[in-house]
Design a protein around this ligand. Sequence first.
Ligand SMILES: Cc1cc2nc3c(=O)[nH]c(=O)nc-3n(C[C@H](O)[C@H](O)[C@H](O)COP(=O)(O)OP(=O)(O)OC[C@H]3O[C@@H](n4cnc5c(N)ncnc54)[C@H](O)[C@@H]3O)c2cc1C
Length: 394
Amino acid sequence: MYSETHTNYLIIGGGSMGLAAADYLAAHSGTGGQHVARVLDAHRPPHDQGAHHGETRLIRLAYGEGGGYVSLALRALERWRELERETGESLFLPTGVLNLGPASAPFIQQVEASARQYDLPLDGLDGSAASERWPGWRLDASMRGGFESRAGVLRVERIIEFWRQRVERSANVTLTPGARVIGLEPLEQGGYVATCDDGRRFSADRLLVSAGQHLAPLLAELGIELPLTRVRKTFAWFEADERYATGRFPGFSLTDEALGTYYGFPDIDGAGFKIGRHDSGQSLASGETMAPFGEHPEDIAELQQVIDRYLPGVGALRHGTVCQYIRTPDEHFLIDEPLPGLIVAGGFSGHGFKFASAMGESLGRWLASGRAAPELAGFGMSRLSGRDSQGPLS
Ligand SMILES: Cc1cc2nc3c(=O)[nH]c(=O)nc-3n(C[C@H](O)[C@H](O)[C@H](O)COP(=O)(O)OP(=O)(O)OC[C@H]3O[C@@H](n4cnc5c(N)ncnc54)[C@H](O)[C@@H]3O)c2cc1C
């Protein structure tokens, strides 16, 4: 029987959001060497058991998912730049991002509206002009493009590695890998206790649960139902000619009314041209093993159809992999404090990483102060029950 280890704050799930918050606490908990927080993770991040592997993530600012994200994206970009200065490494590649789709596509219209509302630079051009500028694209004039030169690519696994190393060096915050939480209970005197599958117990005054696929099952233990769906997603790297080299080809999002929604990256460090599908995917129960890339009949076919139609210099498949989205019904994030001192951050619906630097700051402050972050108010659960249908996200 293990005794209970107590800290002021406990973070369950030290992936993108949990480790970002831990890194913030490590840097802002004073210099007295006081141990304030512990992070529990089932694995040792970065790893390929969550949603943060695959080397790269896009960061866009003129946000197609809603103007309510723009301020957070701008703050996140500032914080990524800070992290680059602190580490001396290139973690953000300013490749630019080209958003492509029919002019009538809601995503394209929202990209343009977000740019107008926040006065963000966005080059609007039709498909023919985009093909002239980036010969890797074969587009006709029916397509609309919005190119954001300030957008780009984040090296997701390097970032998580840096955060983990900084937390491991910190006197104030401890990362405990190999700690799979299976139960949560409130304590009589206030606070909560988490129980791991090996019997270890960790208690704290305040808790952040950022445990990806296990967020909903853990909260269900406390009688709180979170409407989250786990979805299997794939992406892959392909051979590509010099038109797709970094500096000559931007990151992209692509909406095609018949083929679906896709995103992709130039060839970075010789890894190949990378592409994935954003919509659809196969639903999974939490804990269910994902079939490897290539086992589902659509894995390669859905990527190949986009390459065949739009990307004339992309060649043979090198390799692919599987990852997961944790989706909310409206695909906006779910961040709230459903019980006093219990903060949840999840449902990032396949577009959360770009915000992790700003999220870490907001969630870290929330944990430390006990005061909800106003900039995250639009992500609360009430919008999903229809109590607050006019959230600030759109
Ligand atoms: C294929 C793909 C492409 C994407 N592309 C982009 C993009 O271009 N731009 C973008 O902004 N975002 C993108 N995203 C989304 C982004 O990566 C995620 O939104 C983000 O990583 C989610 O962060 P998280 O902290 O919720 O999850 P994770 O980073 O997965 O962290 C969750 C952590 O919780 C731990 N955990 C789980 N259960 C337990 C438990 N019971 N006990 C202890 N620990 C536990 C896990 O081990 C993990 O470390 C993409 C995601 C995928 C899958």
